[in-house]
Ligand binder design. Structure first.
Ligand SMILES: [Zn+2]
Length: 541
């Protein structure tokens, strides 16, 4: 057997190999005259391929936007060589729940995501998306960006386009119009239907209506992903509802950012995960995703005001807050939310991330705001402060009301993937939830390295091949010949999230290279000028 044959055979082997082949000088010279056969080679990596299989040593060769060879040692020259130096080489992470659409146009390099190894963002979560979707996707396609972006179509936005934010059932004609918008969205390239039944107007939607729209998304190859109606006292019924949408809608269904809210509900993840297991046993393709923090974040008004108070839009809500009788009713529900749900029993647990009416509100909690208003920081005064904030304008809030045991239990479950639920962040702006900067490295640093909650290979699977399989992305999420070259290289001993609730604007550490569609977008120190990101299209488009 000649060395040539050995080199050729080595190319066929992608299994664990420790044999080091010396380059044959004549073989190398023959190529030296010709243009380099590869655009990029990543050498000396420990490959975690995304499937959950144990790591192995290999080189990865890239031509254009694709992985063209993985072998124990690739000797041929390349236009560019990255020495991974024994670090982990993994598929780029795929974030299946992301709010990229506002800031991606302001910051198309999406630094906070690229710098935590994420190469694909999926937009349109929680029932909210542009409607119609096609012009948005065209605008996104024209944008020069560092990262790949795809989207769901949002049920709440579809309903709002047809019915506004009223609490009533649609007429048959209105339901048909909603079906048509979902169908157009799927044809434009959505990955499925997202719902946000917690939010207005999703909260006014009967499940039968959701199922009718889910059927349309399913027919076009999409999935259903839900921010559930209730993640606190009603969490079990909400998981049942999410499963039923998949079962009767005839499509895969996902509980997004699965969490258990409120101290009295802690521990219920035992039952929610059993509901998911039981559904899977009887053939319903139900899954979940999660971010690794015990605080949540969303629009302040949605979390602190009851849905009925928001019906009909902001002006009507402000009218209800002015009327002493309805204000009292709202206050008593907000007190309950602070005592038992997102407030975790104390107004100190509810923070403002940023407010459009006053930048100085960022980072303050409801107890601080009550004091600023000259009140003792009781739960009742926290509710008064919350109503005052809602009257001033719009804020994003952060709520500390989840438990570590639930978080780790959900993470260990094989049907849970990792997703950030974050935003493309303008560095230094506001005090956002740290998940936008730290979700993926926090899993790798805290939950893999420090706590051994899951293995490194399992964590990577939850960030790569699992979301790719869920989205039916055939050519991403696994490091294998022929796949698109989205790669993340990091040091497993150093990888960590730096963003905290107090100081969230801090990039992750431990990532040395991030490659999107074959091009280096982050070199370990800085973003490069490359903008190889693409729009990814889902469904049967
Ligand atoms: Zn959500």
């Amino acid at each position: 057997m000649t060395k040539h044959t050995i080199v050729a055979l080595a190319g066929l082997l992608v299994a664990s190999q420790t044999v080091r082949l010396k380059p044959d000088p004549t073989y190398t010279q023959a190529f030296a005259q010709a243009p380099a056969p590869y655009d990029l080679i990543v050498r000396n990596g420990r490959i975690v391929d995304g499937t959950g299989s144990p790591w192995y040593r290999a080189d990865v060769a890239i031509r254009g936007d694709a992985i063209v060879r993985i072998a124990p040692a690739i000797a041929e020259p390349a236009a560019r060589v990255i020495d991974a130096g024994g670090q982990i080489v993994a598929p780029g992470f795929i974030d299946i729940h992301n709010h990229a659409r506002e800031n991606i146009f302001a910051l198309p390099s999406a630094d906070n995501y690229i710098r935590q190894g994420v190469t694909t963002l999926i937009e349109g979560p929680d029932g909210g998306s542009p409607v119609p979707l096609a012009p948005f996707l065209a605008k996104l396609d024209a944008l020069q960006k560092s990262i790949n972006v795809g989207t769901f179509i949002g049920q709440g936005s579809v309903r709002e386009a047809v019915l506004g934010t009223v609490n009533r059932r649609p007429t048959p004609a209105e339901l048909n119009r909603m079906r048509g918008i979902v169908e157009d969205g799927m044809k434009a390239g959505a990955f499925g239907l997202s719902t946000g039944l917690f939010y207005v107007p999703g909260a006014f939607t009967p499940i039968e209506e959701v199922i009718e729209l889910a059927k349309v998304a399913g027919r076009h190859g999409g999935i259903h992903i839900s921010h559930m109606r209730d993640e606190a006292f009603g969490v079990l019924d909400s998981v049942r509802e999410t499963i039923r949408i998949g079962e009767e809608g005839g499509l895969p269904t996902q509980v997004t950012h699965h969490k258990i809210v409120g101290p009295r509900n802690y521990g219920k993840s035992v039952e929610t995960l059993k509901l998911i297991d039981d559904a899977r046993t009887r053939g319903v393709d139900a899954t979940s995703d999660q971010y690794p923090y015990t605080a949540s974040s969303n629009a302040f008004v949605a979390s602190m005001m009851p849905a009925w108070a928001q019906e009909g839009g902001r002006q009507q809500m402000l009218g209800r807050l002015k009327n002493p009788a309805t204000r009292k009713e709202i206050a008593s529900e907000t007190v309950r939310i602070i005592r038992e749900e997102r407030g975790g029993g104390d107004p100190k647990n509810v923070f403002l991330a940023h407010c459009d009416f006053d930048a100085a509100m960022a980072g303050k909690n409801l107890a601080d705001v009550a004091r600023l208003r000259g009140m003792e920081p009781t739960i009742e005064n926290g509710a008064e402060a919350a109503m005052w904030i809602v009257e001033q304008g719009s804020c994003q809030g952060v709520y500390h009301a989840m438990s570590e045991p639930d978080l780790e239990r959900v993470m260990r479950h094989p049907a849970t993937m990792i997703a950030s639920d974050g935003w493309v962040q303008i560095f230094g702006e506001g005090v956002p939830h740290p998940r936008s900067y730290g979700t993926f490295p926090r899993v790798l640093g805290v939950y893999v390295r420090e706590r051994n909650t899951i293995t490194l290979e399992e964590a990577i699977r939850k960030m790569t091949s699992f979301p790719a399989q869920r989205l039916r992305l055939p050519d991403r999420g696994v490091l294998r010949q022929g796949m698109k070259a989205d790669l993340t290289i990091f040091d497993p001993a150093r990888v960590r999230d730096m963003a905290t609730f107090e100081k969230p604007h801090q990039y992750a550490e431990g990532f040395s290279s991030v490659i999107v569609n074959g091009q280096l977008v982050f070199d370990g120190k800085a973003m490069t000028a490359a903008r190889p990101g693409r729009v990814l299209y889902g469904g049967s488009r």
